[in-house]
Write a protein that binds this ligand. Structure first.
Ligand code: CUA
Length: 157
């Protein structure tokens, strides 16, 4: 079989690009431990309120002093509606949905999770400044989507 010179060049380029892309994915997955979001824990979406920790939505202090905020997203809001956490402490948000796909995004932070019924999502964040932060839903979830928001109060210790 005769390969034209340009065919050989492009073939080489394709193989090289494939190796680069697979290396990036491999390093990211095996060395840095990146995984697809969600799927770490699943619950029965029909029985959210009967499943721990969602039987007690709210702010809980853990034994190591860090905080966990358990939140249920629903059309069109978040439960609990009032959240207060201290500044400078590690806060883990544990979120699920009891109806359709929503999101949980805290404006001006890296916290931006998709909230899927039956799946539990976690994100840990430490607020470095006091104040009131807006939480919004970024996934279109129905007629009230634009009104789906709440606030989190970060208070001094
Ligand atoms: Cu919930 Cu959009």
């Amino acid at each position: 079989m005769h390969l034209h010179k340009y065919e050989k060049i492009w073939l080489g380029f394709g193989v090289f690009a494939l190796i680069v892309f697979l290396s990036v994915v491999g390093v990211s997955a095996f060395h840095q431990g990146h995984t697809p979001s969600g799927g770490h824990m699943t619950i029965d979406p029909e029985n959210v309120r009967g499943t721990a920790p969602f039987d007690e939505p709210g702010v809980h202090q853990r034994e190591d002093g860090s905080y966990e905020v358990v939140i249920i997203a629903k059309a069109f809001g978040y439960e609990p509606s009032e959240i207060q956490v201290p500044v400078g402490e590690e806060v883990t948000f544990t979120v699920t949905s009891e109806d359709v796909v929503h999101s949980f995004s805290i404006v001006e932070t890296n916290v931006n999770m998709m909230v899927v019924p039956g799946q539990v999502n976690h994100k840990t964040h430490t607020f470095s400044e006091e104040g009131s932060y807006l939480i919004v839903c970024n996934e279109y979830c129905g007629s009230g989507h634009h009104f789906m928001s709440t606030e989190i109060e970060v208070i001094g210790q």
